[in-house]
Design a protein around this ligand. Structure first.
Ligand SMILES: Cc1ncc(COP(=O)(O)O)c(C=O)c1O
Length: 400
């Protein structure tokens, strides 16, 4: 009996590490509207869901065929720690073409998606005592990426007035002595902003002056409607301090395959590999084959999605033109922000109340404090549904 009591006492002393509580407080609040919407839809309510953004076309058949064939021919064994040689070569080729420099397979690491690339890269670059600069608004998982590594998260306020384009002055003003990394995301989620080469160069200059790493999340590179893609990795002056990452999730409508990569200076990719191997112990060879094929056989998938999103942006811009809600026209990506401040409600209250009127959207506050007067709409439903959603949103706004 005494032995049993002792065991129970011991069990109540078992504790997890602080990383679990640091990350727990970041998730659920952000997605409260989405989860409530899912609950109501399950109960039979008619809601147009515009919260999350998943490509609404299927993964191209030719890629499924490659993965299938590859599995059947035995490509289901352990993969190398860096990634499969054919995938590393295909990624290196993509970036050699893009940058005009020779990028070698040694500069590439394969990851199960951009998210894992971000997290493992951050774990490899920073720790407690370091700080990471994150332009605000930001993609919802970034806070977890930084805090998971134990570093300080420093939001760099951007401004709606210039379409949420990060300026060198805004960056400079936020830099602290312990700042070590800038997380750059262009094309940007949730704003759809695309930084020009001139803007990227000016930001890169600040990073050079303060000796910062640049972690460049480029997952929306193929979905640009206005402006041209620019990356600090493509500029020789910043290539040695930049780790760029992307995936086939958005470009090839294949988020469930969890296939991405990071590319950067050889020596640092070698060091990140130690962390990556401890966590992943390699990837899936049949998915590597499919991804290598996707990169080396360009198809019309991105162009088809871009065309769909472009036409949905026009539809929404037209629909909201005669309302008191102010859309921010995105230059890229699969989302649109709408300023709802004329309704008198915060983005969060607007989004929660809008559920009663049959539409679910993300509150801007899920993406940082600079976005609190906005809601974010996903462009990944067809035009009819989007028309219904915009009419419901406008009717609701008029009723307030
Ligand atoms: C800005 C941004 N980065 C990363 C991701 C995650 O991408 P992946 O599916 O490649 O992990 C997303 C997904 O929505 C995103 O919007």
């Amino acid at each position: 009996m005494r032995q049993l009591q002792k065991w129970h006492a011991n069990l109540s002393d078992l504790k997890t590490a602080s990383i679990t509580s640091r990350l727990a407080s970041l998730g659920s609040n952000r997605w409260a509207v989405h989860f409530e919407s899912r609950r109501r839809m399950k109960a039979g309510e008619d809601i147009v869901e515009l919260t999350i953004g998943e490509p609404d076309i299927p993964t191209p058949t030719h890629l499924l065929d490659v993965a299938n064939e590859s599995m059947r021919t035995g490509r289901t064994r352990y993969a190398g720690g860096k990634g499969e040689p054919n995938l590393l070569a295909a990624v290196a080729q993509k970036y050699s073409t893009r940058t005009g420099r020779t990028i070698t397979p040694n500069q590439v690491l394969a990851f199960p998606g951009t998210q894992a690339a971000l997290t493992i890269t951050m774990l490899s670059l920073v720790e407690a005592g370091d700080a990471v600069l994150v332009p605000d608004p930001y993609y919802a998982t970034y806070e977890g990426v930084v805090q998971g590594a134990g570093a300080e998260f420093i939001p760099v306020p951007m401004s709606a007035e210039n379409g949420f384009h990060l300026t060198p002055e805004q960056l400079e003003a936020a830099i602290t002595p312990n700042a070590k990394v800038l997380m750059l995301n262009s094309p940007h989620n949730p704003t759809g902003a695309v930084l020009s080469a001139k803007e990227v160069a000016a930001i890169g200059d600040v990073c050079e002056r303060h000796n910062l790493w640049i972690v460049s999340d480029e997952v929306y590179e193929p979905l640009i409607y206005k402006g041209d893609f620019a990356s600090p990795f493509d500029m020789e002056a910043f290539a040695e301090r930049t780790i760029a990452m992307a995936s086939i999730s958005k470009s090839h409508a294949a988020p469930g395959f969890r296939s991405g990569w990071a590319v950067g200076p050889n020596w640092v990719m070698d060091e990140i590999q130690h962390v990556s191997e401890a966590i992943l112990f390699g990837g899936q060879p049949f998915i590597a084959d499919m991804t290598a094929h996707a990169l080396s056989h360009p198809d019309g998938t991105s162009a088809e999605m871009a065309e769909n999103y472009r036409s949905r942006i026009s539809l929404l811009m037209e629909a909201f033109a005669s309302s008191n809600l102010v859309p921010l026209e995105p230059s890229a990506g699969m989302f649109m922000l709408i300023d709802v401040s004329n309704s008198g409600l915060s983005g969060e209250d607007f989004a929660m109340k809008l559920l009663d009127h049959g539409v679910s959207v993300m509150p801007g506050s899920s993406f940082g404090s600079q976005c609190a007067k906005f809601i974010r709409l996903s462009l990944t439903v067809d035009n009819d549904k989007l028309k219904t959603a915009s009419q419901r949103i406008i009717t609701f706004a008029n009723s307030i």
